[in-house]
Design a protein around this ligand. Sequence first.
Ligand SMILES: Cc1cc2nc3c(=O)[nH]c(=O)nc-3n(C[C@H](O)[C@H](O)[C@H](O)COP(=O)(O)OP(=O)(O)OC[C@H]3O[C@@H](n4cnc5c(N)ncnc54)[C@H](O)[C@@H]3O)c2cc1C
Length: 563
Amino acid sequence: MSIFEAISGELQETGLFFLEDCLAIKEPAARPEPGSQPRLAASHDSAQPSQELVSPVALFFYTFSDSTDFVPSRAARQPPFKNACSGLQREVCVASVENFDLIVIGCGPAGEKGGAQAAYFGKRVAVIERAEHMGGSCINTGTVPSKTLRESALYFSGLKQRGLYGIDYSLKENLTVHDFMRHEREVVEMERRRILKNLELHHIQLVLGQAAFEDAHTVAVTGVNGTRRLRGEVILISTGSKPHRPPEIAFDDVHTFDSDTFLQMDRIPKSLAVIGGGVIGCEYASIFMALGVEVTLVDGRDRLLPFLDGEISDRLRDRLTALGMRFLFNERPVKVENSSAGVRLSMKSGKILETDAALFAAGRRAAVDGLALEKAGLAINDRGYIPVDDNYRTTAPGIYAAGDVIGFPALASTSMEQGRVAVCHAFGFKYKQRVASMLPMGIYTIPEISAAGETEESCKEKKIDYCVGRAHYENNARGHIIGDTAGLLKLIFARADRKLLGVSLIGESATELIHIGMMILDNGQTIDEFIEQVFNYPTLSETYKYAAYDGLGNLAGHKLREG
Ligand SMILES: Cc1cc2nc3c(=O)[nH]c(=O)nc-3n(C[C@H](O)[C@H](O)[C@H](O)COP(=O)(O)OP(=O)(O)OC[C@H]3O[C@@H](n4cnc5c(N)ncnc54)[C@H](O)[C@@H]3O)c2cc1C
């Protein structure tokens, strides 16, 4: 077996694409003299004669064994790498242990951003990824696919237009899963390329394979080209999470899915049971509802998304009920049977629910399988995650963890920040010292929801003397223009000094609008700030001003009308 090492920036443009389509390359009989032009025989197809390649750039072969065949690695032949990554930073096999300042395990949002942060400040970084594509669940199975799908669902169903023109667009005729997923594939591909480009720009070495600790500073990476051993002064574990699969549920990934396999379905079902009224469950339930699928949402509690302000959660349930969604609260399946006809769910109460498909969105846990955490002196806690301190340090010196693998809040947005903060702490960069204390929650249901800070319920629990200001989209010109008259902005502020304590939104652009409120929350300002500002007209942003007026009216006890 030969071990191939290519060294030269210029090779990125001149040599790589030839190599990618080759079945094999014959090395020259002897190592070329420095300065001479090496000649290579490249076979593209065994039925055709070899093609001779003459490279004008420095290209070196080091032969450690008798064989002279080099077959390009699987990774080198994958289309996403072709244009986005030169190949020089990846899949270079060496026999000895390679040293890095930082080894990142997992290339989702936490790993990509953590690695890039360290590389930006000049650290030598390797990122290990076992999946075929970069981006983790964020890009490949979770965030981006589900959000793109949501837009497709709104488009194909014409749902946004229904309120405006009084027309009930039913789903466009003959819609296939392919139509439905086309835009999703384009966005996902674009994001995968962006990540590879980002790694390349930061000169990060991408190592493909399954990582496993050998000791607290050494990681073995097993890939298609064998095993490499990397040693890192600092290691960042960013391996993400995987869906919890309760043993009593028969997942067949044909009728019964979890949140990672759900989008692999080959046809849009006529009816769907969603088990779990958390963020993922509510999002998918409303997306499929918009597509005209009969959806039943089953949850063990009596309320959707219980961490939200109760008024917002109730409004979501009412909107989904109006669209035709069925709810089974205080309920859970005890038995699930798949057949060619679909899924039969036997409920705790004795009820039977029969649907074409079922999605179980009932929690996730750290993805640490095969990582050999114990060899680094680490273990997961009883909640199934790696415990860390405020600086994302694990209990093992030099080992950090960030993203879903550490648990709540398990969002792409926070995972990226945690990755950055972790490496800044590890190397003492005087840069990002903490993740902002105020975190936004974005929920892409239909209608979308966003929230930050206190809710009425949390204020009551903490015995905070609060006051509320509301603004309804039905009183907002932009709300009418776009056809969303059911939206609501709700401000919670301190009665004593009018300091803003929390913002909750349901309706069009909620996940964007939240950031206006967060600026005020983060700066510890009062709701008067909204009254001082001039907002574009007509905008949904204006609702902040009217919610503030409404709040002041509530405070004074003489309001003209509800915001
Ligand atoms: C359906 C769904 C919708 C979501 N929607 C949103 C949303 O709207 N907004 C939001 O902010 N968040 C959302 N999330 C959450 C978001 O996707 C995650 O919080 C985020 O992806 C976590 O990033 P991460 O880097 O920690 O892990 P991941 O993105 O899971 O990446 C981990 C990577 O590590 C790799 N890996 C694991 N083990 C190894 C190993 N031993 N060796 C090598 N590589 C390994 C994996 O292959 C993977 O690529 C959603 C999640 C789901 C499932």
